[in-house]
Design a protein around this ligand. Structure first.
Ligand SMILES: [Zn+2]
Length: 391
């Protein structure tokens, strides 16, 4: 039996959701109720929808012999009105759909499929109300755009949203780490989580004072937020941009400078070293993530994310350079950053300096430096929005 984890979980931490003002957070000891299992066979795919109502962690896997797509929903039970089995008609690549209690607190949904006739499938979550969707595409049909999903990348790689120059309304600022996860640190007690939060709050102030953007923070205090949830917040709030703020660290203390990342796979060991450190709170390995990323980048906003990264990197280096002419520009790069996976909008991760470099660590202690970093990111965001043709 081959099991592959392809879903990313959602952890409903009540405190975290409350801090973000999200409604409907269930207590952790409370079971969500699966109240409906629906499916529709369209001309070129079948969609199975599991209605749950409250945010729940889930994991998907597949077996080949017999062919099964399995989704386990944690902290959930089945309402007795839900039918246990269904045999979809008009669909010769799915033999049966089943929903059963896997344990007292886990619900298992299984689709028995004929993988020889399945081209691909995807498992993802939708919100308001929370539901898990399994889309299965049959082999024999020509590939075409899945219905009811976000705009597909146009021929030149830019999304429809960009081509139509739709305005940017909501920006998510994601201060890296927090709570039990300090991020990187130095011997003097400087913590990445504190610096990232401080810079993020300064950035929020600049945006609030000078723009009409709706600014959403993934955290505004020193709390732990699972990496996966940060994207969920951005998607749930239908944000237009996602920006994660981090401080870098390297064993080589001479390394200094600023770099901005967007989601992609990378062959650069230094990029993967940074990504591995930033991904430390997930259980995924870089190898596992590489596979996931290869799947995801085809449909993600990769070109827009790269543009956003370039605007932020350029403006941040230029702004800091006025006061700190020796600032080092390490450029923009693709990298396998878990916190960017699943973002449905252009998203970047900025490493604003190195805590491991004595000069930059000393500067990071200064309010003026952190304010200039916030200012530089702010200028970069504005430059990106203006490049869309609207601001
Ligand atoms: Zn970090």
């Amino acid at each position: 039996m081959r099991i592959r984890r392809i879903g990313w979980g959602l952890l409903a931490a009540a405190g975290f959701l409350a801090a973000l003002g999200t409604q409907g957070a269930a207590g952790q000891d409370q079971l969500a109720e699966v109240y409906n299992l629906r499916y529709f066979t369209h001309a070129n795919f079948t969609r199975i929808v599991v209605d749950i109502g409250s945010l729940r962690e889930y994991a998907s896997a597949e077996t080949r012999n017999p062919g099964r797509i399995v989704v386990d929903i944690l902290q959930a039970r089945i309402n007795p009105i839900v039918r246990e089995e269904a045999i979809p008609d008009r669909c010769d690549y799915i033999n049966m759909i089943r929903i059963v209690p896997k344990s007292d607190a886990t619900v298992r949904v299984t689709a028995d499929v004929d993988f020889a006739r399945v081209k691909r499938y995807q498992v993802y979550a939708l919100f308001d109300p929370f539901r898990i969707v399994i889309d299965i595409y049959p082999q024999e049909r020509a590939p075409s755009a899945p219905a009811g999903k976000k705009p597909q990348p146009a021929r030149d790689g830019y999304s429809m949203a960009r081509q139509l120059a739709l305005g940017i309304k909501a920006i998510v600022i994601d201060p890296g780490h927090g709570g039990t996860d300090p991020g990187c640190l130095d011997a003097s007690g400087l913590l990445e989580k504190d610096l990232a939060l401080d810079i993020s709050l300064r950035l929020r102030e600049l945006l609030r004072a000078n723009t009409k953007f709706d600014v959403i923070m993934t955290r505004e205090t020193d709390i732990f937020v699972p990496l996966e949830n940060r994207t969920v917040v951005a998607n749930q709030r239908k944000a237009d941009l996602f920006l994660s703020v981090h401080i870098n660290a390297f064993r080589d203390k001479r390394r200094q400078g600023i770099e901005t990342f967007y989601l992609n796979f990378s062959a650069d060991p230094r990029v993967n070293e940074t990504a591995a450190r930033e991904n430390a709170t997930t259980t995924k390995t870089i190898g596992e993530m590489d596979k996931i990323i290869r799947k995801i980048v085809q449909n993600s906003k990769i070109i827009e994310s790269r543009d956003l990264a370039q605007k932020i990197q350029g403006n941040l280096v230029r702004t800091l350079g006025r006061q700190y002419p020796d600032v080092k520009d390490l450029g923009t790069k693709g990298g396998p950053f878990w916190t960017l996976i699943g973002c449905e909008m252009p998203s970047v991760l900025v490493e604003v300096s190195h805590i491991s470099n004595p000069l930059e660590a000393q500067r990071l202690r200064s309010d003026v430096y952190r304010q200039q970093i916030a200012r530089g990111i702010y200028e970069g965001l504005l430059a990106y929005v203006q490049s869309l043709g609207k601001g």
